[in-house]
Ligand binder design. Structure first.
Ligand code: SF4
Length: 322
C-alpha cells in the first residue's frame, strides 16, 4: 500500500508574485529571504502564519511574505500581533518593524510586549536611519554620528534594543545580520520555535542613507578583520534554566550585559539570552480563565448551521440601560 507523503513546503511558496520595492542592495531583501527559508524549514503552512508591519521601509516586508498579515500604523504592529495571537493561539505571529518604528514612536508598545511575554517573534530591521523619509537619525544611531542626510551630528544617545528587550521581559533575545542569511535562518527558526516573546535584532545596512555602517564597515575593511562574530562559536551559553537560582540568574544577566553592550571593532551576533524562568501570557490567561484555550475567540463558532449569529448582545445592552 502506498504511503501518503506530505508535500514539502518550499521557500518560494512564501514569496510574493509581484516585484519587491526596496532600493537595490538593501539589507531588507536578506531578512525577507531568511523569513521565507525559516518558514519553509519549519514547514509551517501559509494559512498558519500572520505577519504585522509598522511604517517605514521595514513595514513593507509583510507584503513580501505570502501569508496573512496587516500593514498597521506607525509603531503599532505590536497590539495587532498580540490581539491576533491571543485570539488564535495556533497562528505563528511575526512582527517586522524598523528601529524607528519600534524604539521611537512604538517604544511604549515594545515595552508592554516584554511585560506580557506573548508567544510572538519580533524582528527588528535595525539600520539606524529613517530610510522611508530620507535618512533622518533613528533611535539606534549612536550619539555624535552624522550620516549623509543629516545637517549635524546626532545630538541624542542611542537606544540599545537588546538591553531594552531584556529589561522589559523578552525571553529570547538574538542578533543577526541581513547579509548572513544562513545564520539568520537558523536564528529565525529558534526565535519562532521559542515558546514566548522572541526579539531578533537584525543589523541591516541601508545603502541609500546610512553611509557609515555599510556592508564594508561590517566586513571590517578598515580594521582588517570582520567586525561580526558568532557568540555560539565562542562557546557562549545563553540559557537561563527553569530552576536557575539567584546566583545563576545574576551571572547570566552580567554575561548578557557585557555582550549586549559590545560594539565597535567587534560586534556579537547569535543568541544572547533564552530565559526559561518566565511564564507566557497565554499560560497566565489559562490559569486565570481555565477555559481560555478551549474558547479562544478564533475557536468560537460565529453562527449556527442556518447562518444565524450565535452572539447574544442582550446582557451587554441590559447592563447599559438607563
Ligand atoms: Fe532599504 Fe534604505 Fe532603501 Fe529603505 S531607504 S529600501 S532601508 S536601502
Amino acid at each position: 500500500m502506498a504511503v501518503a507523503v506530505k508535500p514539502k513546503v518550499r521557500a518560494k511558496e512564501y514569496k510574493p508574485d509581484y516585484p519587491i520595492d526596496w532600493c537595490p542592495g538593501c539589507g531588507d531583501f536578506g531578512i525577507v529571504n531568511a523569513i521565507h527559508q525559516a518558514l519553509a524549514r519549519l514547514e509551517i503552512p501559509r494559512h498558519k502564519v500572520a505577519v504585522f508591519g509598522g511604517i517605514g521601509c521595514s513595514g513593507k516586508a509583510q507584503y513580501y511574505v505570502n501569508t496573512y498579515g496587516i500593514h498597521t500604523l506607525h509603531g503599532r504592529p505590536v497590539p495587532f500581533a498580540i490581539g491576533t495571537r491571543l485570539a488564535n493561539p495556533e497562528l505563528y505571529t511575526l512582527i517586522v518593524s524598523g528601529d524607528g518604528d519600534s524604539l521611537g514612536i512604538g517604544a511604549g508598545h515594545f515595552v508592554a510586549a516584554g511585560r506580557r511575554n506573548v508567544n510572538l517573534t519580533y524582528i527588528l530591521f535595525d539600520n539606524e536611519v529613517y530610510g522611508l523619509t530620507k535618512g533622518q537619525a533613528a533611535p539606534t544611531l549612536p550619539l555624535g554620528l552624522r550620516t549623509k542626510a543629516m545637517a549635524m551630528e546626532n545630538i541624542q544617545g542611542a537606544v540599545n534594543g537588546l538591553m531594552l528587550a531584556c529589561a522589559t521581559g523578552y525571553t529570547w533575545i538574538g542578533r543577526g545580520y541581513a547579509y548572513n542569511i544562513k545564520q539568520l535562518v537558523d536564528l529565525l527558526v529558534q526565535a519562532i520555535e521559542h515558546p514566548g516573546l522572541a526579539f531578533l535584532d537584525v543589523l541591516q545596512p541601508c545603502p541609500t542613507y546610512n553611509n557609515l555602517h555599510t556592508k564594508e564597515w561590517f566586513a571590517g575593511e578598515d580594521v582588517g578583520h570582520p567586525r561580526l562574530y558568532d557568540l555560539q562559536e565562542e562557546g557562549y551559553d545563553p540559557v537561563i534554566p527553569e530552576d536557575a537560582d539567584k546566583a545563576l540568574m545574576e551571572e547570566k544577566m552580567l554575561q548578557f550585559y557585557r555582550k549586549a553592550n559590545e560594539w565597535g571593532d567587534r560586534i556579537p551576533t547569535g543568541v544572547f539570552l533564552v530565559n526559561r524562568n518566565v511564564s507566557t501570557f497565554e499560560e497566565r490567561l489559562a490559569e486565570r480563565f481555565p477555559a481560555y484555550k478551549a474558547v479562544a475567540p478564533a475557536k468560537q463558532p460565529l453562527a449556527d448551521e442556518d447562518g444565524t449569529t450565535l452572539a447574544d448582545l442582550t446582557p451587554i445592552f441590559q447592563e447599559h440601560l438607563v
